[in-house]
Each structure stands twice: as C-alpha cells, then as structure tokens.
Design a protein around this ligand. Structure first.
Ligand code: DGL
Length: 262
C-alpha cells in the first residue's frame, strides 16, 4: 500500500455518493475509486450470504485498482459483510452505522424515528447500537421500501418522492419523534422532501459527515494520508451502463465525470 493510492468506496448504487462527497470535502487531495453496484441494487432485501458475496467481488476489484482503505458506504453491506471483509483482507475498512447514539443523546421527547433497509434493521450492528444507546428510548422503525429505487432513478425531488417519504416519516412525527435517523446512504437524497413534512425542531441524522471524519482519522493513524499537494483523480465504476451514476453526479454534485462500466 502506498500513500498515493486511492480511497475505495462502494455501495449498492448511487447512495454511497452521499458519503463520497463528504470524504471529498475533508480529504480533497485524495484519489478515490467509487463502485456502484446498481445492477444488483437493492441490497436491502437480499440475504446476508448474497450481500457478502457481492461485497467481496467489489472489494477485490477495488484492491486490484489500488485501494489503500475501503469505505463500505452502504449500511446494508456493512451490516452483512464488514466483519467478514475485515477478517479476510489486510487493509482498513470503514463502515456505516445508523446514527442511533447522537439521536438518543439529543432527543427531548424520548422518541426516535429510524428509517433503514430490512438488512440493516436485522443486522447485529444496529441491534447492538440500539441496545447500547437507546434502550430507554421509544423507537419507531420503518423499512423505507421503494426509496432506494427512487434515488437510483434520480427521482428524489418530486411529488412521487414526497408521497413515498410521507408514508414512513409521518407516523414518526405523529408518534412524537423529534429525531430521525437515516440508516441508508440512499436516504439523504430525500432530505429536502423530508423537511417539507417535519416540524423545524426535528433533527435529521445523516451519518455521512461522521463517517468521512472517521475515514480521515483512521488514515491519519495508519499513516495512509496522501502526500499530494493538489487535487487528485476520482474514478467511478458502475455495473449498469444506463448513465444513472453520471446523471446523479451531475445533478446532485455538479460533477461532470466519466463513469466506467464494469
Ligand atoms: N445504500 C444502501 C444502504 O445504505 C442501500 C441499500 C439497498 O441497496 O437496499 O443500505
């Protein structure tokens, strides 16, 4: 591994770009290799074994492309595969964790809304975090069925998107939640729509900035920070050839990037 190698980042699709963009903000001089497995998206309803298999294939490609650290920018893949990946591959892995801890610290009403995929909710990580930090809280947990697909289509700012989030978020608000945890990296695309239907006092927790800070800290302590003095390359791979990743990069992140089909 070399300091000037890249940060490998992957997700079942475009969701991990919400983490990628936070990483770029605080580590602008790092190269990145992003892999969107849109062909196999969504991961949320797949078995643990299947998600491990898909994740491992991606990790092997990212290592082959020169990743020095890998960010599993997908809550579902973290829940299913990070233990396996850490045990098998020598480089550091950073994973996603639903932001239950900050939500439990901030709640005034004692009620927290959690929106995540089935795979994340059923995973050990979520259950442990919940039991450790939110044992005294009332949790309203919803599986955001259909949201990942809408985000993949780039359809997160529309009447349809608003209706879709309303179905999950309204019961949380009606149940007196004052914190909403976004437990899937595709969900931050809906933040504007979510804000339309929640009181201003409700806090939305997107763990992406904290995961970016954690990535930086681990790179620093492992001596992996780039020595480059200027901006480096970003490479994007997608398992679909439909221009969706390119479209999302352009519309949401104002980046005109080439996306390579794998
Ligand atoms: N972005 C993934 C996550 O954070 C999406 C899950 C899916 O593909 O269902 O969980």
């Amino acid at each position: 591994m070399n300091n000037n190698d890249a940060i490998g980042i992957f997700d079942s699709g475009v969701g991990g770009l919400t983490v990628w963009s936070e990483i770029k903000k605080i580590l602008p001089n790092e190269s990145t290799v992003y892999y969107a497995d849109s062909k196999n998206c969504p991961y949320g309803s797949k078995s643990k074994e299947e998600v491990i298999q898909l994740s491992e294939k991606i990790v092997q490609l990212l290592i082959h492309k020169g990743a020095k650290i890998i960010v599993v920018a997908c809550n579902t893949a973290t829940a299913a595969a990070i233990d396996y990946l850490r045990a098998k591959y020598p480089l550091p892995f950073i994973g996603m964790e639903p932001a239950v801890k900050p939500a439990a610290l901030h709640t005034q009403t004692g009620t927290i809304g959690i929106l995540a995929t089935e795979g994340t909710i059923n995973g050990r990580l979520y259950k442990e975090t919940r039991d450790r930090y939110a044992a005294k809280c009332n949790l309203i947990v919803k599986v955001g069925k259909g949201l990942v697909e809408l985000a993949e289509e780039g359809d997160s700012y529309s009447e349809k998107a608003l209706e879709a989030v309303k179905k999950y978020i309204k019961p949380m608000i009606d149940g007196n939640a004052d914190q909403i945890v976004l437990g899937c990296t595709h969900y931050p695309y809906f933040i504007d729509e979510i804000r339309k239907i929640i009181p201003k006092t409700v806090i939305i927790h997107n763990p992406a900035p904290a995961v970016a800070r954690q990535t930086k800290n681990v790179m620093k302590s492992s001596g992996l920070l780039s020595q480059a003095a200027s901006k480096r390359d970003d490479i994007f791979y997608s398992t679909t050839n439909d221009g969706k990743l390119k479209f999302i990069l352009k519309t949401n992140f104002h980046i005109d990037a080439q996306v390579l089909f794998v």
